[in-house]
Design a protein around this ligand. Structure first.
Ligand code: SF4
Ligand code: SF4
Length: 134
């Protein structure tokens, strides 16, 4: 069993969905997400730059999907990234996680899989996103 959080060798959800959120999460609205790394979607919505496209990839995603990845703004990432659960986490499957993984040829993660994740790994790992790219 690997002691690596699967997200650290994945990153698929950061390059599959449009990552959109309420505009006030951006730094120019008083929030934490660096505004220059976002694009407007509507008067009330922003998205992470690079994710509102037919072939999305968040510009804050570093590394190679399916190999080794990290989020350049991990501590300032928006709420969809914080809330998106890795499939199997807390004993629940997340179909969206597995759909994103499938897009990059990565195997699904099931709720009965055990993940041994060190605290250090957990704090540097990325999680992600939410609304589908258009
Ligand atoms: S949440 Fe799922 S799709 Fe996103 S990085 Fe983790 S394993 Fe990959
Ligand atoms: S976790 Fe980081 S790299 Fe992934 S979509 Fe969110 S901001 Fe972008």
């Amino acid at each position: 069993m690997s002691d690596l959080n699967p997200c650290m060798t994945c990153g698929a959800c950061c390059a599959y969905f449009r990552v959109s959120f309420y505009w006030a999460e951006a730094s120019d609205g008083g929030g934490l997400v660096p505004a220059q790394l976002t694009d407007p979607v509507s008067p009330f919505l922003r998205c992470m730059k690079g994710t509102n496209s037919k072939q999305p990839r968040c510009t804050s995603l570093e590394g190679e999907i399916g190999s080794k990845v990290s989020c350049a703004i991990y501590h300032h990432r928006p709420s969809p990234c914080r809330e998106f659960a890795m499939s199997g986490e807390k004993g629940e499957e997340n179909e969206a996680c597995n759909r994103a993984r499938r897009r990059y040829g990565l195997p699904p993660l099931y709720k009965d899989m055990l993940f041994h994740t060190s605290l250090d790994a957990a704090t540097s790992v990325l999680t992600a996103v939410q609304s589908a790219a258009k």
